[in-house]
Design a protein around this ligand. Structure first.
Ligand code: F6P
Length: 584
């Protein structure tokens, strides 16, 4: 160590096994970094250090302590943990009408306290603050992560790159309010003078799943559905022409407004669907009708104009809004306001804001997203349960799981830490779900007696009470009930399967906003603890460029008769087979 610079002498790289040499180098560098950057100095370090964690969380003492703690938990059974009333009471909390009970997790009070120590080691508090302060926590894309600014009140100041972004947010929200009011009250009409009562929102991934989730939640809410009147909102996402056919079925171009939603305005599926619907409108009403029947939501206003949509009819958002976190931007707010009216959607934004404030300012012991995130870490990284089931007991939340699948798996499905080191543990979670009681008649068998899958039960007081996983049924119990001996193994429930319950008083726009923000922040907590960048998606980008290569090849083969090249044997065969079959 000379003048604070650590010099290390390594043997020259063996040419035969260069990648394992790099792994060794990387591991050693991190051991060294660990000596100089222990996590307990988070608060005294500049933000970059606690985000670009110089070491892996799995190298820290709190992580190792939790690893050792698993053996203690393995000696317990939920049956016994549940008899400890004090423990159960300490695992129930309430904020602004939302009640969380996590007493059915495989945790003791000691486990939870160890998880808080882990959170401290991971500089969780500092990372949350960095997010709210607009720092460039999405370091691989060099961007802030500010979906919380989308639902901030007008007087809030949130800076990104030295500029308060809240006035820009409200300028767009005010423009949406004005436009949606005009369409809804009939002062903005179609090319033939008819009111536009139907909306088709074209978009995919984050430009689709969040708005669809909220729409499905609000459709049966009395206030929202009254405000919708007879209006209809549909979502066109898939490039499969079947989706186009279903979306335009029964709709008349004369009374239809198309909203093209794309952050980049380059997504192949969305652009193809946008061209198809532009053709649908202009062939029925003439090309000049496009300006009255098509509007756009994008960060790329130049491409919107190039496509032929009047830039005055474009609604902006910003690169600090990740696609999967964009439902509170014009991506969701425009189509939903056209359907339900801006005042209903403003309540949705307020609900999300209530959780943002709670997440930012509440101590970890009472912080719902923080607790949920830490419990996920416990289940995935320590107990080894890689999946999570999202089980809302209301059909109105049928699109919650598909939305959370993207938010969670695109955010945390990563293999390297934020500073590019391969993780020695698996990050990310497999999310799936279905409303109860439908799920009960589908995959609950596996959850009861097959694999252990931690469950989120979401109950709505006004409609249905939450249910719990079947308690343990022992062979002894079954014997005492005279169950035939050959059936006893089949009827036995070992129990000890973790779940938690979130209880909402009702499901309206405000509560939907709260639920959205709870899951968004829970996923951020997981990523902050694992030390990954939850806000980029280089894997998907790679997929997009591979898909574009395939498209170009198929085009060249079809149009110019070129042979398929540049792929491995298997892909070449498959593409050739497809080309032959589709030529018939
Ligand atoms: O495929 C993933 C993704 O990049 C998402 O992150 C994004 O929400 C979606 O594609 C759609 O992208 P865009 O809004 O740019 O059309």
């Amino acid at each position: 160590l000379i003048h604070g610079i650590f010099f290390q002498f390594l043997p020259p790289p063996p040419v035969s096994n260069f990648s394992s040499y790099l792994d060794t180098l990387s591991a050693q560098t991190h051991q060294i970094a660990n000596i100089f950057s222990p996590f307990h100095h988070c608060s005294s370090q500049p933000f970059f250090n606690h985000l670009q964690m110089a070491t892996l969380i799995s190298d820290t003492a709190p992580w190792k302590d939790l690893k050792a703690h698993v053996a203690e938990i393995d000696k317990t059974h939920l049956r016994d943990l549940m008899t400890d009333t004090d423990r159960c009471k300490s695992m129930m909390l309430e904020f602004d009408g939302i009640f969380l009970d996590y007493s059915r997790q495989r945790t003791t009070v000691d486990t939870v306290s160890k998880l808080f120590t882990l959170a401290e080691a991971a500089c969780l508090k500092e990372k949350i603050n960095s997010m709210f302060n607009g720092e460039h926590i999405n370091s691989t894309e060099n961007r802030s992560v500010l979906h919380v600014a989308l639902r901030a009140s007008k007087d809030t100041v949130i800076n990104s790159d030295g500029k308060n972004v809240v006035p820009d947010v409200w300028q767009v929200l005010d423009k949406i309010r004005e436009f949606s009011d005009k369409v809804r009250n009939g002062s903005w009409v179609g090319a033939t003078g008819k009111a536009l009562t139907n909306v088709i929102a074209i978009g995919i991934g984050g430009s689709f799943l969040g708005p669809l989730f909220v729409h499905t939640a609000l459709q049966t809410d009395p206030e929202a559905s009254k405000s919708a009147g007879g209006r209809q909102l549909r979502f066109l996402a898939n490039v499969d022409p079947v989706d186009v056919a279903r979306n335009i079925s029964g709709f008349d171009p004369e009374t239809t407004l198309v909203v093209v939603v794309s952050k980049t305005f380059t997504t192949a599926e969305t652009m193809l669907n946008a061209r198809t619907l532009r053709e649908w409108i202009s062939s029925a009403l003439g090309p000049q009708a496009v300006s009255k029947h098509m509007v756009a939501v994008s960060t790329n206003l130049k491409l919107v104009e190039k496509f032929g949509i009047d830039p005055n009819n474009a609604f902006a958002f910003w690169d600090w809004v990740g696609g999967r976190y964009s439902v509170c931007s014009a991506v969701g707010v425009l189509p939903l306001s056209l359907q339900y009216g801006f005042s209903v959607i403003e309540k949705f934004l307020k609900g999300a804001r209530s959780i943002d404030q709670h997440f930012q300012s509440t101590p970890f012991e009472n912080n719902i997203p923080v607790l949920l995130g830490l419990l996920s870490i416990w289940n995935v990284s320590f107990l080894g349960y890689p999946a999570r089931a999202i089980l809302p007991y209301t059909q109105a939340l049928e699109k919650l799981a598909p939305h959370i699948q993207q938010v969670s798996m695109e955010s945390n499905g990563k293999g390297v830490s934020i500073d590019g080191v391969r993780l020695p543990f698996e990050a990310g979670e497999i999310d799936f779900g279905e409303p109860g009681t439908n799920g009960q008649h589908s995959f609950y068998q596996l959850i009861h007696q097959g694999r252990v899958i931690p469950c989120d039960f979401i109950g709505i007081v006004k409609s249905q009470q939450p249910v719990y996983l079947r308690d343990e049924v022992t062979p002894e119990q079954l014997q005492s009930e005279n169950v035939a001996s050959h059936l006893i193994p089949h009827k036995t429930f070992s129990g000890n399967r973790p779940s938690l319950s979130l209880l909402l008083p009702s499901l309206d726009a405000y509560r939907t906003g709260q639920l959205l923000a709870i899951y968004e922040h829970r996923i951020a907590v997981e990523g902050f603890i694992w030390g990954i960048n939850s806000f980029d998606q280089w894997g998907v980008e790679l997929g997009k460029s591979l898909a574009s290569h395939v498209r170009k090849q198929l085009h060249a083969s079809r149009k110019k008769g070129e042979s398929v090249e540049g792929f491995n044997f298997s892909t070449t065969k498959l593409l050739t087979r497809y080309l032959e079959a589709s030529a018939d």
